[in-house]
Each structure stands twice: as structure tokens, then as C-alpha cells.
Design a protein around this ligand. Sequence first.
Ligand code: VGL
Ligand code: ZN
Length: 195
Amino acid sequence: MRVKITDTDALIIVDMQNDFMPGGALPVPEGDRIVPVLNRYIEKFSSNGNPVFFTRDWHPEDHISFKGYGGIWPPHCVQGTKGAEFHPELKIPYDNKFIISKGYSRDFDAYSGFQGTILDNLLKERGVKRIFVGGVATDYCVKNTALGGLNLGYQVFILEDGIKGVNVNPEDSKKALNLLLERGAVLINLEDIEQ
Ligand code: VGL
Ligand code: ZN
């Protein structure tokens, strides 16, 4: 399949933060392996003048999603810590990029980059119609960001070669992708993109 990038397209890179990488507090297996391919997507979109959005988990230290505070996860991506920083090799463009923090209030979690953020406003303001979603985790924040986009009427492409899952249960990522495809999302790979 060939997909030509147009001026109503945006790239959304989900949660490529140290704590989600091997060695981090809530590691996604091989999460770091997708950094080079994501950098190539970023380069393609950015050099074409398209906006690139980076979501990040940005939790207070007593966040509701943490074990001991009512949640299931080890503490991760605490605001201002090294673990919350983006992977050091992720190439964040200087221009036309946006950092979207989510899950920043103690009593609310957000698996979707649209939840409690201005992501939809920023996209609409720019006339974005199609979003291209990659990052981690396939079965949590990628899934929910993509679903959020579909519910808001965006056409959604999932970067098949630019996602990794946690798989608390072994089939979780596969199930997430099947659900997204059922809802109308389309899988693409780097070589499908034409500038
Ligand atoms: C995520 C679990 C907890 C994610 C965030 O980015 O997919 N997963 N918080
Ligand atoms: Zn989280």
C-alpha cells in the first residue's frame, strides 16, 4: 500500500519515555527497538512540514494508577524524573512539534493522548484529518489514543513497525490491533509512506 503524506496529516508518537523502555520502571519488552524507525517517521513528517505530537505519561508520585494508591502499575513516569523523560535517542524536532502530557492529576488516569488534553483542539486548529500513531504500549496507550482518534472522527493509521506492547496477557497486543482494525484503523509500515 502507498500512502502519500498530505498537509492534513499528523504524526503522534505515544509515550516513548525511559520508564517504558527496558531497564525502566514499567518496561515494554523491546520498547527501545522502535526508536530508529520512529525517528525515520519523524523525519518524513517533519521535513514535509507536518506537525509531530509526542504524548507523555506525566504522573504525580501518588498517582491513582500506582500500586498502593489503588492502581495496578508500579510507579512510573513521575513528573520531573529521569524515567519520565523521552528516550535520549528519540529525535524531537525543533519546530512544529507538541508535547502532550496526560495522567497529570492524582485522581485521573489517561491511556489516551486525547483524555484531559488539548490534543484534539491542536489537531482541529491545524486542519488535521488523518493521524499516524506509533509508540508504546500497543495494548494500552497506543490502543486508547487510536480509539480516541477514531471516536473523534479522525482517519487513523497505526505504524505497524513502530509499536511495541506490554502483553500482561500474551495476546493483548494482537487483540488491541484486531479491535482497532475492526473500528477502521489501517496498519502501515515505513515503506508505505510516500512523500
Ligand atoms: C501506559 C500503563 C500505564 C502506556 C501508561 O503508556 O501504555 N501503560 N501507564
Ligand atoms: Zn501511566
